[in-house]
Design a binder for this molecule. Structure first.
Ligand SMILES: Cc1cc2nc3c(=O)[nH]c(=O)nc-3n(C[C@H](O)[C@H](O)[C@H](O)COP(=O)(O)OP(=O)(O)OC[C@H]3O[C@@H](n4cnc5c(N)ncnc54)[C@H](O)[C@@H]3O)c2cc1C
Length: 222
């Protein structure tokens, strides 16, 4: 059993281009395309968001990759306008060389109590032992996955349009949300705020969540 850290990779995008394309789409409503200038999108977007004219945000999308636990993607996939491709616990057989012959678990670094952390760790080691034992007994991967816990690490590719990202980040970065999700989505929200302030500035998040728990965020350009 290997304990791994969560991460988030954002496919490279140009925030200004996204906002200008949304502006272009929105101006169809008023046939005010001629009013477009280098920074006319700023006021237009702010006005749209204040008035709740948010369907225009659906014209653009962003894709991210997450390395997270099953609990995280179980919650994120409740968002019906997101698109997901998720490492399958039915097809990925963790006893194989390709997976290092081991099960990876996301580090719950936010469990600060050493005694509780050690109980969690022991449970994960026991679970892996049992998974491998089932494999030795020729159990199918379908059978073995029955004992995988919420902590199991999985890679997820997630795409959503800008309106849905705004909605997801509004709901999933507050103090009510599981820390494993806050770890990933607060850094993402902060990045979106930097790149597209006119859209994401109004989104509030749990500012008291300690930055030492933030997942590493990288930009993916290929
Ligand atoms: C803190 C927290 C705790 C939660 N606890 C639980 C829990 O204990 N148990 C549980 O089952 N779930 C729980 N949830 C999940 C929650 O109820 C939602 O299912 C989830 O957050 C998806 O959000 P959404 O419905 O806004 O969806 P999205 O699918 O992201 O939809 C976006 C928006 O589209 C609209 N929409 C989408 N579909 C419909 C529809 N069919 N009819 C009308 N409008 C629609 C709504 O305005 C919705 O807000 C929790 C969520 C949070 C944030």
């Amino acid at each position: 059993m290997k304990i791994v850290e969560p991460w988030i990779k954002v496919e490279l995008f140009d925030g200004k281009k996204i906002m200008r394309r949304i502006e272009r789409a929105c101006r169809t409503c008023y046939r005010s395309e001629s009013k477009m200038s280098e920074d006319s999108y700023k006021n237009l977007l702010k006005n749209c968001i204040t008035r709740g004219h948010e369907s225009v945000l659906e014209h653009e999308k962003i894709t991210v990759r997450l390395y997270c636990d099953i609990g995280v993607y179980k919650d994120l996939t409740r968002h019906r306008f997101g698109s997901f491709s998720i490492e399958s616990t039915r097809y990925c057989s963790y006893d194989k060389d390709k997976y290092g012959n081991e099960i990876k678990c996301i580090n719950p670094s936010y469990i600060e109590d050493e005694e509780i952390y050690n109980v969690w760790k022991k449970a994960m080691e026991e679970m892996e032992k049992n998974y491998m034992k089932m494999k030795e007994l020729n159990a199918t991967t379908d059978m073995c996955r029955l004992i995988l816990p919420h902590s199991t690490a999985a890679e997820v590719t997630m795409t959503a349009n800008i309106r849905e990202w705004k909605h997801i980040l509004e709901l999933r970065t507050t103090a009510h949300v599981h820390p494993a999700i806050r770890q990933l989505l607060i850094p993402l929200l902060k990045y979106f705020k930097e790149q597209m302030p006119e859209i994401f500035d109004s989104v509030e998040f749990d500012e008291n969540f300690d930055q030492k728990y933030y997942a590493k965020l990288e930009i993916e350009d290929f």
